[in-house]
Structure formats: C-alpha cells, structure tokens
Design a protein around this ligand. Structure first.
Ligand code: ASP
Length: 314
C-alpha cells in the first residue's frame, strides 16, 4: 500500500513569473509548504484523510493570500459569499455550504453538514443557522474584507463597464483571471481518500451565484474505489462538465489511469468547453496528479516522510 499523501491547491489562473514579485512568490511558497507539512503531520500520526483535508483547507481559508475564507473576493454588490464542500471517499458521504457570509471557516460548516445532517448541501441563511447550531465561529461580514480584493473588484467593475458598452449583457468575469479557490485531497494509512474545496467564488460575480466548489462531482469528489479530486477554475464550465466526477468515471468505467483521466478532463474536455483552471487528484494507489491548463496553479503535495514539494508556474 502507498504511503499516506496529501496534495493542496491555492487556485489556478494567469499566474506568471513576471506577474509575481520575488517577495510574493516566497510568501506563497512558504504558505503552501507549511500547509502541506501540517497535512503530512496529521497523516503521519495516523489521522484520517478526512481530517487532513479539512485542516489543510481550514489553514488555507485562514491565509489571506488565497481566495477562500479571509481573503475572499467580492461579489458585484461588494459583499462576500463563500462556498465549501468536503467528501469522504470511504463512505461517499459529503457536506457542503453555499453563499455564506458570516461563517469564519466554511469548510468546518461543510464538515458539520457531512457529520451531523441527513442533508448534503445547505445554502445562505439556513447554512448559517446550521453552523450556529453546531457551535461554529461566526464573524461579521467585514471580517472577510481585504484591501487587495476590494481594489480587484474596482478594477473588475471598471473593465466591466467597458465590456458592457461593447458587448451588451456580458457576464462579469475576473479581469485578473486568477482563481484563488483552495482545496486538498489525501490518502491515509488505512487507504481512505478524501477531498475538500473552499472558495470566495469569482470576483465581481452576481450576488446569489454559486460556482462549482460546493457541487459534488464538479468542484469536489472522493471515492475510495477510484480517486479524490478538488477543482479550481471557471466554475460554470466545471459544473457543466461535471469535472471532478468525470475523472472518477473515466477511471472506473474506462480503465484510464489517474494521469490519463485527469489530463483528458483538464487538458482536453474543459479546454474545449472554454474552461480554464486545473485540479489536484490522488488515486487509491497514492498516485498524485496536478494538471492545469492555465499559466499557473498554486499547488503542493507530500508523501509522509518526504519534504513538501510545491509549485506555482507551469
Ligand atoms: N471555481 C471557483 C468558482 O467558480 C473559482 C476558483 O476556482 O477560483 O467559484
């Protein structure tokens, strides 16, 4: 059996060497390495894949460098609406929340849904009430404010104004073309897989818009028989392409390897549909795949006992 292993991502997009200062690059590398190491430690101590991905994503949410939890992007209306999902490959149980504004760590709310509810996905106010009832930490919506994301919204709206003049009714997009969703996948010592994903969504999205992140099979999927997957990218395309589950289906029904299946989805299918981004995936044998079709993807992985390996650019 493979050594336990964890992989994480901090989003994909137009991340180039020239776009990132040496200082910022170091900040990202340190954050990614530290969070891979935290996950490895949980797995090394016999912790479950489910615990490792939950904690890794919680740490990514707490880190303002990434678009999830603190550091989330703004909606068009200047608010924050966060989505998160977690799935246990052992049982195929899942929990998710969508469009929440007051839960400090949406991934912990998703985990509470997985563990304590007969339902899978809670949205908005109902999700927040569920979180309160389960003792999770609530914050004022301005907790999620960061100046850099606020400036990003204003850039988006300035550009959107121009876009709208040219092409009536164009959908708001992220002008920085950077998706900062976070995620983690892991295989533990007992051979169990798990996946978790959390996001602030896309800059300048319409209030009420829900992306792929909290949708089982699109932004997140785990099944011990095949693979654990966490996605990042243009959510609408990942939803329509059922991206995460499709990797599992290609492995289960067509006998593709992890690398073949994940490449097929990210480098062929999603690209052909106009989807930009990537995914992290670990199969039941402990193989790791980190494909992306954008210029970069913040990513890292580590087998227990090895040093974390992290990357940003292609
Ligand atoms: N997939 C996310 C969404 O559409 C965005 C991202 O990956 O950063 O909400």
């Amino acid at each position: 059996m493979s050594k336990p292993v964890i992989a994480i991502h901090g989003g994909a997009g137009a991340i180039t060497r020239t776009a990132l200062s040496a200082e910022k690059e170091q900040e990202y590398i340190q954050a990614l390495s530290g969070i891979v190491a935290a996950g490895q430690q949980i797995l090394a101590q016999g912790g479950s894949a489910l615990d490792a991905v939950t904690e890794a994503v919680r740490l990514l949410e707490e880190c303002p460098l990434f678009n999830a939890g603190k550091g989330s992007v703004f909606t068009h209306q200047g608010t924050h609406e966060l989505d998160a999902c977690v799935m246990d490959g052992r049982t195929c149980d899942a929990g998710a929340v969508a469009g929440v504004s007051r839960i400090r760590n949406p991934i912990l709310a998703a985990r509470a849904v997985l563990e304590s509810s007969q339902h899978v996905l809670f949205a908005g106010e109902g999700a927040e009430k569920f979180a309160i009832a389960h003792g999770l930490e609530m914050v004022a919506p301005d907790f999620f404010f960061t100046q850099s994301r606020f400036d990003q919204l204003h850039r988006a709206q300035a550009e959107l104004g121009r876009v709208l003049l040219d092409h009536d009714g164009a959908e708001p997009i992220d002008p920085d073309s950077k998706f900062g969703t976070v995620g983690a996948v892991a295989l533990d010592a007992l051979g169990n897989l798990a996946a978790a994903t959390s996001t602030g969504g896309m800059t300048n999205k319409q209030a009420g818009r829900v992306g792929d992140t909290p949708i089982i099979g699109a932004g997140c999927y785990a099944n011990n028989a095949t693979v654990a997957v966490s996605s990042t990218g243009t959510g609408e395309i990942f939803m329509r392409g059922v991206a995460a589950y499709d990797v599992s289906a290609l492995m289960e029904y067509a006998g593709l390897s992890l690398q073949q299946a994940s490449d097929r989805i990210v480098m062929e299918k999603l690209l052909a549909m106009g989807g930009s981004g990537g995914m992290i995936a670990i199969d039941s044998q402990g193989n790791v795949a980190l494909p992306f079709n954008s210029e970069g993807m913040y990513r890292g992985f580590g087998y227990v006992g090895d040093a974390p390996s992290v990357g940003i650019y292609r």
